[in-house]
Write a protein that binds this ligand. Structure first.
Ligand SMILES: *[C@@H]1O[C@H](CO)[C@@H](O)[C@H](O)[C@H]1NC(C)=O
Ligand SMILES: *[C@@H]1O[C@H](CO)[C@@H](O)[C@H](O)[C@H]1NC(C)=O
Ligand SMILES: *[C@@H]1O[C@H](CO)[C@@H](O)[C@H](O)[C@H]1NC(C)=O
Ligand SMILES: *[C@@H]1O[C@H](CO)[C@@H](O)[C@H](O)[C@H]1NC(C)=O
Ligand SMILES: *[C@@H]1O[C@H](CO)[C@@H](O)[C@H](O)[C@H]1NC(C)=O
Ligand SMILES: *[C@@H]1O[C@H](CO)[C@@H](O)[C@H](O)[C@H]1NC(C)=O
Ligand SMILES: *[C@@H]1O[C@H](CO)[C@@H](O)[C@H](O)[C@H]1NC(C)=O
Ligand SMILES: *[C@@H]1O[C@H](CO)[C@@H](O)[C@H](O)[C@H]1NC(C)=O
Ligand SMILES: *[C@@H]1O[C@H](CO)[C@@H](O)[C@H](O)[C@H]1NC(C)=O
Ligand SMILES: *[C@@H]1O[C@H](CO)[C@@H](O)[C@H](O)[C@H]1NC(C)=O
Ligand SMILES: *[C@@H]1O[C@H](CO)[C@@H](O)[C@H](O)[C@H]1NC(C)=O
Ligand SMILES: *[C@@H]1O[C@H](CO)[C@@H](O)[C@H](O)[C@H]1NC(C)=O
Length: 856
């Protein structure tokens, strides 16, 4: 039947001929063309890499959005920034040359505003650019100049343009080229929650003329500018350099983060390769108004501050929370409910208007009494900062590692969320029996719950898996992202320290080694000894230590707990410990460190005092350090002081006799407070004593117990007070400073040190007062002699017939060891100090009292 076959062929050819203009492969769309939802053919780029068509709106599937999409269906641009039309709507190129998005009602929702500008046709280019061109082919309008939320390869995003997504806005700052993310809800103040230049060498110093952001085909996000010879790298995609048939792009996502992606042709999905905001919970408004952002271990989750709130939309926790009872109609009083480890996010411009320097109690009360205040946050990072939230939209972040306490105003009574590991999720509960509302218990429950959950998860996932290394590395990354300490495997640490080769030092808790992590971060790895503690308890202590953040405290990066191995990974301090600067002339053969100028010494003293103040007064669980000494004061490359080894004492096995003492306190001779030996309670004031000795050494440049001819064969600390009484301050100061010191400051520091080393703990100032005294904020009285005649210590030591000078009781190589009440301790102390400047550490124990001991 040849005729029939011929007819078929004709029909087929006919069909093809008819279809061709409809499919419009790269062909120009003439004036009058239009696209409709439903089944009209898409406009395609020449090789069909991109298409323009209507698709279902993400917000409501019954409506449609006109988008340019990459092959497979990843949208990169949409008409009217995603405005949705009903089934009667269309996208049409009018006879005047205006591209319009029209709703079924006939209303024009968006237009390119190009009527009567000579537009003769529209074309979708192979790059994804939608072009309205004139008769000579010039671009009158192009979608690349009017981006919605995405910038693709070969597109240039210049300053002055916006990417928008919901309430979020991304721009490139004109002068600095900084990437800027804002929350800009209509009717509310615009909040800038991210503003960063990615390349320090590039942002440091220059003013750009018209920076532009591009996504290079190799996956590098870069910035170009007329003042720059070559593009500057802003970010590397994690699959940077990989080739293949794919499209790369950056996008402002609906969650307020700015990310780089790659999408394989035809896959219809995009894989994240980089994100600007590492911590999603820091995106303002991510969880809506009054929403609390936290991590469930793998992902950010939204919850409500307390049971006084309910989700605004139970189907979408990101829409925030509303009070069950409005504040204006409280039946009784309103009250401030305390939220631990929670922070109400405060960015510019709020940060400029809402911050005050008050204590935590005042932070609560000021908000309670302020009629427009809805919540407040007290930072516990040593700054004493309080943020009062008066705006109508507040956004919160909760994490065990956040050093801040917040308060939210609710109708009395405040009903806290049940204590579950997680962020303010009110739905789940656990039969833990922890039904007490005692705040400390709640916190404990949350922390231990988290730690336990992590441990169980780790055990289940990684313990017996052959892919243990990779899995744990990935898990570590997640943990890092959520602010918790990173868990390392013993093998990882062995590798990073090259088999524990480069020893940095040895402290009371074990040796410290230099290591380099996989991401090239240099760290100090402490191999703990004498730890027989359970895994759970160890992890709880680690969580506490790592949640203690302060500029003047060494940061714990991670830990390892495998079998009997217990290691802690700290940030590495380039400039070593204070002792090497102060005492470089004595003992040590490798004493090549330069003398520290007075201004640095003073800054180190103040920084150290701030760090200890934070431990004593500002963090939740008060920590008595028990071993303040120059060896434990480390210096970073800018000579910022960082106190190390805090909170470790609890880790030591109490059964280890080397560490067993009267009250199980650790300490180092010469820096031990007198009450330590007198079997009296150890309080924060014991640290003040040790600090005073360190301060004195910082001024004098020698150990407080050094005995020399030029100190009349007296201990330096005793001699120094005598000289001070004689008015000879200049004689006490380190000779190497050679008159290069602010003498008023020296005298003040000297007075503070004598106040600190008072024999009676009640006579010593608190660390907070020490900071104020050093800074000159507080008046200083003349200090009395450190040893008072009617002290408790005289009473105990007098019987021994040892010199009544408290100072000499402590450590002098020539004096006999003082008798002490505890036979255990006596044994320890009787061991004379070695000739080297290092001192034998006697015993150790961490002390954490729930209440600081404050007398002054
Ligand atoms: C379209 O594909 C052909 C064959 O793969 C290629 O030669 C041509 O360069 C492509 N055109 C564009 C604009 O990419
Ligand atoms: C378009 O019309 C539909 C129904 O008439 C309506 O639901 C929708 O909100 C309109 N879109 C816009 C952007 O006004
Ligand atoms: C077409 O547009 C280009 C660029 O906008 C312009 O330079 C050119 O003069 C225009 N040509 C006509 C015929 O309008
Ligand atoms: C970008 O956003 C800002 C703030 O919303 C607005 O003032 C500006 O006109 C926008 N620019 C463009 C090109 O849309
Ligand atoms: C740009 O970002 C840097 C931090 O990366 C910041 O210090 C600087 O102030 C920002 N510049 C502007 C103009 O906002
Ligand atoms: C900034 O520029 C000034 C003058 O050009 C230069 O002296 C200074 O070293 C630069 N600072 C940085 C951090 O590059
Ligand atoms: C900073 O920019 C330079 C030059 O573009 C690049 O080599 C370097 O890797 C960038 N640094 C970072 C951290 O991206
Ligand atoms: C965390 O939350 C995400 C998103 O809600 C969910 O997919 C994931 O399963 C949760 N993970 C855990 C461990 O609960
Ligand atoms: C309201 O609070 C104040 C101060 O806490 C208290 O004195 C007063 O009795 C309370 N009133 C009611 C009705 O609870
Ligand atoms: C390297 O990794 C550690 C732990 O994983 C992390 O704390 C640190 O910030 C990382 N450093 C850099 C530069 O990313
Ligand atoms: C001095 O340095 C050498 C090599 O760096 C080291 O072996 C030695 O122990 C050091 N001596 C002292 C006293 O620190
Ligand atoms: C100590 O700090 C100074 C000043 O920042 C720096 O020049 C020096 O290289 C540092 N020393 C070491 C050993 O890193």
């Amino acid at each position: 039947m040849p005729s029939l076959r011929g007819g078929d062929l004709t029909l087929l050819l006919c069909g093809c001929f008819l279809l061709l203009p409809l499919l419009s492969h790269g062909a120009d769309m003439p004036l009058g063309s239009s696209l409709t939802p439903g089944n009209s053919s898409p406009w395609l780029s020449p090789n069909s890499t991109f298409s323009l068509a209507f698709g279902p709106s993400p917000a409501s599937p019954s409506l449609s959005v006109a988008s340019v999409s990459y092959a497979g269906g990843v949208p990169i641009w949409s008409a009217g920034a995603g405005a949705a039309v009903d089934s009667g709507g269309s996208l049409r190129l009018s006879s005047t040359g205006d591209l319009q998005l029209v709703n079924g009602s006939g209303a024009v929702l968006w237009s390119s505003n190009t009527a009567n500008q000579g537009v003769t046709a529209a074309a979708l280019q192979e790059s994804g650019n939608l072009l309205l061109k004139n008769s000579s082919g010039g671009a009158v309008w192009q979608s690349f100049d009017h981006p919605t939320d995405t910038v693709v390869m070969s597109q240039t995003f210049s300053s002055g343009l916006n990417l928008t997504s919901g309430d979020y806005l991304f721009t490139l700052d004109r002068g600095s080229g900084n990437l800027t993310l804002r929350w800009a809800r209509r009717g509310a103040a615009t909040i800038t929650y991210f503003n960063r230049g990615y390349n320090a060498s590039f942002t440091a110093n220059r003013t750009l003329s018209s920076p532009a952001l591009t996504m290079q085909t190799n996956g590098i996000v870069s910035i170009t500018d007329g003042t720059l010879a070559t593009p500057v790298v802003v970010a590397y995609s994690s699959n940077y350099g990989e080739s293949g048939d794919m499209m790369r792009f950056v996008r402002l996502d609906a969650d307020g983060n700015f990310r780089a992606y790659s999408a394989a042709r035809g896959s219809g999905t995009a894989a994240e390769q980089w994100s600007a905001v590492a911590d999603q919970c820091q995106v303002f408004g991510y969880c809506g108004n009054m929403g609390v952002c936290g991590y469930n271990g793998t992902a950010p989750v939204c919850g409500c501050p307390s049971q006084n709130f309910q989700p605004s939309n139970p189907a979408n926790p990101r829409e925030g929370c509303t009070r069950k009872v409005d504040l204006a109609s409280c039946p009784g009083n309103s009250t401030m409910l305390e939220l631990d480890n929670t922070q109400f996010l405060t960015y510019t411009p709020e940060i400029n208007t809402e911050q005050f320097f008050v204590g935590i109690t005042a932070c609560r009360l000021n908000c309670l009494s302020g009629t427009s205040c809805v919540a407040s946050t007290a930072l516990a990072d040593g700054s004493g900062l309080c943020f009062l939230k008066v705006s109508t939209f507040v956004s919160a972040y909760q994490s065990a590692s956040l050093p801040s306490t917040s308060f939210v105003k609710v109708c009395f009574p405040g009903v806290p969320n049940p204590p579950v590991g997680g962020a303010g999720s009110s739905s789940s509960s656990r039969n833990s029996g922890l039904r007490s509302w005692v705040v400390v218990l709640v916190v404990l429950g949350v922390v231990s719950g988290l730690v336990l959950a992590e441990w169980v998860l780790w055990w289940v996932l990684c313990r017996n898996s052959p892919k243990y290394g990779a899995a744990s590395a990935q898990y570590a990354l997640l943990e890092y992202a959520s602010g918790a300490p990173v868990q390392f495997s013993y093998r990882e640490l062995q590798r990073s320290t090259k088999g524990f080769k480069e020893k940095l030092g040895a402290g009371g808790f074990g040796a410290v080694y230099r290591g380099v992590l996989a991401n090239r971060t240099v760290v100090a790895v402490k191999q703990l000894e004498g730890i027989e503690q359970g895994e759970k308890q160890f992890r709880m202590e680690v969580a506490t230590i790592s949640s203690t953040h302060h500029l003047n405290l060494v940061r714990l990066i991670g830990f390892c707990s495998e079998g009997r191995h217990r290691l802690l990974v700290y940030e590495f301090m380039k400039n070593g410990s204070l002792d090497s600067f102060l005492f470089s002339h004595g003992g040590d053969a490798n004493a090549s460190k330069p003398t520290m100028p007075w201004s640095t010494r003073f800054a180190v003293a103040v920084g150290t005092a701030r760090g200890i103040t934070y431990l004593h007064e500002e963090c939740r669980d008060c920590i008595v350090h028990c071993d303040i000494k120059p060896e434990n004061i480390l210096l970073d490359e800018h000579h910022n002081a960082k106190v190390s080894d805090f909170g470790l004492a609890k880790l030591i096995n109490p059964k280890d006799h080397r560490h067993r003492t009267l009250t199980s306190v650790r300490g180092t001779r010469g820096y031990l407070a007198p009450e330590w030996l007198a079997n009296l309670p150890i309080t924060v004031k014991s640290d003040v004593y040790s600090y005073g000795m360190v301060l004195l050494e910082t001024i004098g440049g020698r150990r407080n117990f050094d005995i020399a001819d030029d100190t009349d064969r007296k201990k330096f600390s005793v001699w120094a007070y005598e000289e001070y009484e004689r008015g000879n301050v200049a004689g006490i100061i380190d000779r190497r400073l050679a008159g290069d010191a602010d003498m008023a400051q020296v005298e003040r520091a000297l007075q503070v040190s004598f106040w600190c080393i008072q024999e009676q703990p009640s006579q010593r100032p608190t660390m907070g007062k020490v900071v104020q005294m050093l800074e000159g904020v507080m008046e200083l009285e003349r200090p009395p002699p450190p040893k008072s005649s009617d002290s408790f210590l005289t009473a105990t030591t007098a019987t021994s017939g040892v010199s009544s000078s408290m100072a000499s009781t402590f450590a002098s190589s020539s004096a006999p060891a003082p008798p002490v009440p505890s036979p255990n301790l006596e044994q320890e102390i009787a061991v004379g100090r070695s000739a080297s400047a290092r001192h034998r550490e006697i015993a150790s124990l961490p002390l954490r009292s729930s209440e600081p001991y404050m007398t002054m």
